[in-house]
Design a protein around this ligand. Structure first.
Ligand code: PEP
Length: 251
């Protein structure tokens, strides 16, 4: 059975002390509680080691928000997948629309990042999603299909089985505009069909597909009730335990 996952993406928010407080507060809130999904927090690079040390990583997975497309060497300012893994992090968010748009991450670059993440035993949370103009032009299915094909379909069946996908319509990220539960389900079912065509039904059925884009305490339940929505990638609402816990508890 595929995993249900609620993953936070802190983006470039919280200094180290604030990040540690948030992580430990979440850790406390989850202590002794049984929740029906895996919980992950995606922190800035510099927080990873301290956060991983401060919390129970068997209850909260720690994720980076990016990694380099090179294994090591003279790449000033970059952070490799191996370095991420050495902090105790076990996930890495890759292909977020902000990185595609602002840092010009191409499908080819993302392909390399995915391979390096997998080689270092990190679970990629691979983001896909169309911009508003593409949805309005009814190209959203085509766009999402290409994003998956171009960066992931070179993977073996075994490696593909280690990927978590996050469908994040770009027009819904940080805008307060959420995809309706029907729009989310429609796209998630489409994605699962593409995976089944390429890797077979068993792989498709085992792949967790998260929804992201203004998901919050008031819409999480409805979104997660869809059969093909296996959780959420949460930006703004992951920055406070009071907002993040109800999303976790929506399962
Ligand atoms: C995100 O950045 O992955 C995201 C979904 O952001 P928000 O929840 O703030 O829309």
């Amino acid at each position: 059975m595929r995993k249900k996952i609620v993953a936070g993406n802190w983006k470039m928010n919280k200094n180290l002390q604030e990040g540690l407080s948030l992580a430990t507060e979440l850790n406390e809130a989850l202590k002794g509680k049984t929740v029906n999904c895996d919980v992950v927090i995606g922190t800035p690079f510099i927080h990873l080691a301290s956060v991983a040390k401060a919390i129970d990583t068997t209850k909260i997975g720690v994720s980076a928000q990016n990694c380099a497309d090179k294994a090591s060497g003279a790449y000033t300012g970059e952070v490799s997948a191996e370095m991420v893994a050495s902090t105790g992090a076990t996930y890495v968010i890759l292909g977020h629309s902000e990185r595609r748009a602002y840092y010009h991450e191409t499908p080819e670059i993302l392909k390399e990042k995915v391979l390096l993440a997998l080689a270092n035993n990190l679970t990629p949370i691979f983001c896909i999603g169309e911009v508003l103009a593409e949805r309005e032009a009814e190209k959203h299915f085509e766009v999402v299909k290409s994003q998956i094909q171009d960066s992931l379909f070179g993977l073996s069946e075994e490696d593909f089985g280690k990927i978590v996908l996050a469908y994040e319509p770009v027009w819904a990220i940080g805008t307060g505009k959420t995809a309706t539960a029907d729009q989310a389900q429609e796209m998630h079912a489409f994605i699962r069909k593409i995976l089944a065509d390429k890797y077979g039904q068993a792989v498709a059925d085992n792949t967790s597909i998260l929804y992201g884009g203004s998901c919050n305490a008031s819409n999480a339940k409805e979104l997660f009730a869809n059969p093909d929505v296996d959780g959420g990638l949460i930006g703004g609402a992951s920055l406070g335990v009071d907002k993040f816990m109800p999303i976790i508890e929506a399962f």
